[in-house]
Design a binder for this molecule. Sequence first.
Ligand code: DON
Length: 305
Amino acid sequence: MARVADSEDTGQHLQYKDVDDGTVATYIPELGKANPKSFGICLTTVEGHVFSAGDCDHEFTIQSMCKPFAFQMALEQHGPDMTLRHVGVEPSGEAFNSIEFDQKSGRPFNPMVNAGAIAVASLIKREPVQAGIDAFVAQMGRAAGRKLRIDESVLSSETETGNRNRAIAYMLLNAGIIDERLKESLHQYFAQCSMLVNCRDLAMMAATMANIGRHPMTGEAVFDFQNLKYVMAVMFSCGLYDYAGNWAFEVGLPAKSGVSGGIFGVVNRQMGISVYSPKLDAQGNSVRGILACKELASPLGPACV
Ligand code: DON
């Protein structure tokens, strides 16, 4: 039996392909070049069956959807105790680029907001810095089941315009959360965000998570199972920033969004789901992505966590 299945239009794709609300992110100029009409939905089961509709081969940068995977790598490399000395696990209720820290501990609230993700990038960077970036891209490629790469134009654009992230990094340095190799930590973070994926990759990476860390088709153990439960818990409570509570209520899946217009979710032990459509709402989440996931959650059942 073929493990890669048909490519047919899903009801959700037909239903929402004409929704035109939202705006494409332009604060990183390269992201503004995205085609606002692009729309893809992909579901990949833990048995390796792939169901796709629309623009599922079109590549875009992973942006904030890199954050759960980087957190997983930090947990695998340093263990939960050491990792949690640098980043908390509390929802912040704030936007992704908020410059707020947990008053009690001085740490970033969680690894899904930029401050926490920069702290995590600092933990997984290597010497030389390219080695840490290569290790991240290689591990993501094992989860996707194909070799992935960085979009150098987006990386330059992101580096040139990333002053708010630089401000956050200096505050983290001041608080002793990251070390003095601040430029390297930022480069690691910017490069992670600039990695190219398509909807199929994201659904396969999510299915690898759902399959307790084992790639559905290659059978390779990509992620350590013990740490995945921490990552999924933080995705559930913090993955959609200041929309996280509504997401938990309406969709009920551990998930992560990114400003390129992607969202992926994990139906534990069952499947990975991804949606790509670059027009975003006020919280920076894909408008069609949210609609499609809400609609998918009803037949799949929201109690998937
Ligand atoms: O830090 C940034 O600005 C981006 N590279 C990542 C932002 C992002 O995707 C936020 N998510 N919704």
